[in-house]
Design a protein around this ligand. Sequence first.
Ligand code: ATP
Ligand code: MG
Length: 258
Amino acid sequence: MGKIVSFSNQKGGVGKTTTCVNMAAYLALSNRKVLLVDLDPQGNATTGLGFQKSKLKKSVYNVLIEEENVADNVLDTELENLKLLPANIDLAGAEVELVYKKGREKVLKNALDKVKNSYDYILIDCPPSLGLLTINALAGADGVIIPIQSEYYALEGLSQLMNSISLVRSHLNREIQVYGIVLTMYDGRSKASKDISAEIRKYFSKVLYEVVIPRNIRLSEAPSHGKPVVLHDPKCMGAKAYGALTEEFLKKTEEKGE
Ligand code: ATP
Ligand code: MG
């Protein structure tokens, strides 16, 4: 049975999509069967894997609103073990339409449950909000990975996110865990990066991944080539860091049998 992992932080631009796409790629290369669900109307994970958003015939919208099967809306990617359930701006409408649906918080969960057996990991790239799309991701997830940018104010909003996860645990999904916090865009020379890392280590040391993702230009240019960094420049610092993070993730989740 596959694990569903939600990449969530209502703060924008913190590295959710970069982390989700690149961990998905490394998991696929580690012989895990992976489905990436793009749950953001911005469709950045979709573009980042080489698809043109305006030309999508299949998408997560069809699953959430038209009640189509996930399996009928999944696309192949350059990596054999990595499939994509893509998104585009139509999804912005879905967030509104979902409000009127019965069991609106669990529409995604119910759809993913039908394909959970076909994958080892289903990774969900959330939008930067705590709206109904993110609640759907959390309601279906076994665990959450929270990317945090190594900048001042990074911790603002973190308590609100933790609070939302607790609410989801009480009302929608008793099993949900925080798998880990990952520090992104880390700059070893900057005081802000060091301060934030020390602060998070102080309060959240149990869930902070040891691997830190450095600020790396290759990570930001890979999406413009429609590729995860491992297919763009596998030797760069950013690629090595995501490779190591994926190993740490696998060790923690699979050893503990979580
Ligand atoms: P949103 O909230 O809009 O969905 P996000 O949390 O998904 O954003 P990303 O899109 O992954 O964040 O990253 C924001 C920007 O920072 C992107 O342009 C991305 O290429 C860049 N970026 C992410 N991580 C790094 C990094 N480690 N080094 C350099 N640039 C990065
Ligand atoms: Mg994103």
